[in-house]
Design a protein around this ligand. Structure first.
Ligand code: LIP
Length: 291
């Protein structure tokens, strides 16, 4: 097999994302008609399925030797292999989609040796196209290099930070308790053992959270429970914008793209590692998604 042509893959993924964007914009979703997967907040629509079908058919025809991993065709036990692989979330932010809230994206990543090397995230409602190829920088709408501030400010602690988090679809048990307790501590004032972050944000799309950390408009994004298709594309976009990705679990500096635990920090001349350690100190326990 010849080495993947990353520029060509990037251009193909942009074309596919824009076609998917038209399908998403033309759909008329409602939360009454959405189906459930694991539980009543893990939603899927006919549009998620139709977009993934279009994406997988197009990519398999053009790149028959490469693997494909998609949210809507995933079955328990499937794993991300080390060969060249397309990773697709047809609609990241399905909950927003069914409520008509415009933070929705299609997220298309390409990995080699389980490392994201091309990423395309497209929000058709806002016409925001985030893209990156490993080693070639990250861009918004092809021309604006990320981060927005080409000389970003140093990170000066959680008490100056705007931090993205998500509720996810697991709403019980130890993993949920860790999230909830950490959110409380991040928001609380210092007298109550908290970090008093500027605020917490939830865009409802992991891919868009990562892209907004890449722009520098969020300082960090901490989440556990989401999947490789939620983060693969945003991962390379963030790294190409100078960001760092550790694990949501304290002490884990080198997370796996399919490890389901992530902590992204924006590019900065200093303070990235300190911010990671400061947030980890607020996390009681370790997420475990092995069951
Ligand atoms: C969603 C994410 C969201 C996360 C949810 C879910 P979906 O993806 O992007 O940020 O908290 O667990 O995975 O289901 O809309 O593709």
């Amino acid at each position: 097999m010849s080495a993947p042509n990353l520029q060509e893959i990037h251009d193909t993924l942009i074309e596919v994302a824009q076609k998917a964007g038209d399908m998403i914009l033309n759909a008329r979703p409602s939360f009454q008609s959405a189906g459930n997967k694991k539980n009543s907040v893990d939603l899927v629509t006919e549009t998620d399925q139709a977009v993934e079908k279009m994406v997988s058919t197009t990519l398999r025809e053009k790149y028959p030797d490469y693997s494909f991993l998609g949210e809507e065709t995933y079955k328990p036990g499937m794993t991300l292999g080390s060969g060249p692989t397309f990773i697709c979330d047809p609609i990241d932010g399905t909950t927003n989609f069914v409520h008509g809230h415009p933070y929705v994206s299609i997220s298309l990543g390409f990995t080699i040796d389980k490392r994201p090397v091309v990423g395309v995230v497209y929000n058709p409602f806002r016409k925001d196209l985030f893209t990156a190829i490993e080693g070639k920088g990250a861009f918004l709408n092809r021309t604006t290099r990320l981060p927005y501030k080409q000389e970003p400010e140093p990170l000066e602690g959680l008490n100056n930070a705007l931090v993205a988090v998500e509720w996810g679809s697991d709403r019980h048990g130890n993993n949920y308790d860790i999230k909830w307790n950490t959110y409380r501590k991040l928001a609380a004032n210092k007298d109550n053992g908290g970090s008093m972050v500027h605020s917490l944000r939830s865009l409802g799309s992991a891919a868009l959270n990562l892209c907004h950390v890449a722009t520098g408009t969020f300082d960090a994004y901490w989440e556990a429970g989401c999947w490789a298709w939620d983060v693969a594309a945003g991962w390379v976009i963030l790294k190409e914008a100078g960001g760092l990705i550790a694990s949501a679990n304290p002490g884990e500096w080198t997370p796996a793209v399919d490890g389901r635990k992530y902590f992204a920090v924006r590019g900065a001349p200093s303070g990235q590692k300190e911010l990671v350690e400061e947030l980890w100190a607020q996390v009681d326990g370790k997420f475990d998604y092995s069951a």
